[in-house]
Write a protein that binds this ligand. Structure first.
Ligand SMILES: Cc1ncc(COP(=O)(O)O)c(C=O)c1O
Length: 400
């Protein structure tokens, strides 16, 4: 057997990726599965995107390599969105880059910025592509726990100075997956100042910028003065337009940063299929009609979920954004044990906190990716599993 690299060996196991397998096993056993695992909603993309994909697939020129440039109107639609939504103007060619999902760009960035001895600062819990990028590049990840007492904000003052000196890249994601935390501008200002002081590139993952409730409008990192000097921002169509499998996102930043990512991509891929980019442009253009109704569906699910899971005996805060609810287990209940029993005994799939990072013990995440009745039923089944676990824990140990 050819030998694997140490970098590959350091990847570990991604819980999210093991879920489809586990779900398949449950389905084979005939279990009525309620899947609240991956952030992959059951909702439809904008009709205009589907129609545009069909039309564009009929155009032979769009079936050829897109190369780095891709389908220019997609870049233009993304740049228009940034200007209209955030008031931030980016050149569609030099300051915007289409990605095969934002995951691609987030991980490939590390290949360009992390040499041996360099460090990437990664929130824990943090999205898998930050970890993948840092581990597969020559660099080393340094994890900073997101704690409830700090509103799940990554505290840059916790980074030891010797680590800060070696840091080249920091990943940040607000509204946050999985905690659903949101970041005030004053906090983002602190992070930008820290990055400028230490000359660290900030990869700001704004995947959930359009999935917010009750009038809250998540900011762009570029709202912070000076952010353009050290930040790139990543967006995706996956969540905003229910287009997870389509694999389309983009990044913005100053030309020097975009050029670097474009060069890495040139050596790795040929860009997304141009009809998908054409469909993406059409999706972005529907934003005023599409997004409010879609967000309303998630809001209804959020409200039902918070009520039902609280009633079921869990500690739940009302999230202001994202498609996740980050739930605390009662004291003494292990999240991995609970998650495995919930799956095996009740057919409900959720993600255990420790599957996302060791500091997340005692939490689990549900995704609002199915209808309210199923989310509520999931909570009811979970209540029974929790009650059984608590009763077992309270029972006197059997004498041998
Ligand atoms: C925080 C975060 N960033 C990025 C992504 C990936 O998005 P994409 O589908 O564009 O690769 C996700 C998907 O779950 C996510 O939760």
């Amino acid at each position: 057997m050819p030998r694997l690299t140490d970098r590959y060996a350091s990847l570990g196991v991604s819980w999210i990726d093991t879920m489809p397998l586990r779900k398949g096993e449950l389905l084979e056993r005939g279990v009525d599965v309620i899947d609240l695992g991956a952030g992959d909603a059951d909702l439809l993309p904008p009709r205009a995107a589907v129609e545009r994909l069909k039309e564009a697939a009929e155009i032979p020129a769009l079936g050829r390599y897109g190369f780095g440039m891709g389908y220019r109107p997609f870049r233009e639609a993304a740049a228009r969105f940034m200007e209209e939504r955030f008031g931030e103007r980016f050149d569609p060619i030099t300051e915007t880059i289409p990605l095969i999902g934002s995951k691609e760009g987030l991980s490939l960035l590390a290949m360009a910025y992390l040499s041996r001895e360099d460090v990437a600062i990664i929130p824990e819990p943090g999205f898998v592509s930050y970890i993948g990028g840092a581990r597969l590049s020559e660099g080393t990840p340094h994890f900073v726990p997101l704690r409830p007492e700090k509103d799940f904000l990554l505290d840059v003052t916790e980074i030891p100075s010797e680590v800060a000196e070696r840091a080249r890249l920091i990943y940040l994601n607000y509204p946050n997956n999985p905690t659903a935390a949101t970041a005030p501008i004053s906090y983002l200002e602190e992070v930008v100042a820290w990055c400028r002081e230490h000359d660290v590139l900030l990869a700001y993952d704004n995947a959930y910028s359009e999935l917010a409730f009750d009038g809250y409008e998540p900011p762009s990192i570029f709202h912070v003065e000076g952010a353009r000097e050290i930040a790139m921002e990543f967006h995706t169509l996956s969540k905003t337009y229910n287009m997870t499998g389509w694999r389309l996102g983009w990044a913005n930043g100053k030309a020097e940063f975009i050029e670097v990512l474009a060069k890495v991509k040139t050596f790795v891929d040929m860009g997304q299929f141009m009809p998908v980019q054409a469909a993406g442009a059409a999706a972005i253009e529907t934003r005023h009609d599409f997004i409010p109704g879609n967000v309303e569906v998630f809001r209804t699910r959020r409200d039902a979920a918070v009520e039902a899971w609280r009633e079921a005996g869990f500690l739940v805060d009302l999230p202001k954004a994202t498609m996740y609810v980050w739930i605390r287990l009662p004291e003494g209940v292990d999240d991995i044990d609970f998650t495995l029993r919930l799956m095996d005994e009740a057919g409900v799939i959720v993600i255990p906190g420790q599957g996302l990072g060791p500091s997340c013990a005692g939490y689990f995440r549900i995704a609002l990716t199915t209808g309210t009745d199923r989310i509520v039923e999931g909570a009811q089944r979970a209540a029974a599993v929790l009650a059984a676990m608590q009763a077992e824990a309270a029972a006197p140990a059997a004498t041998p």
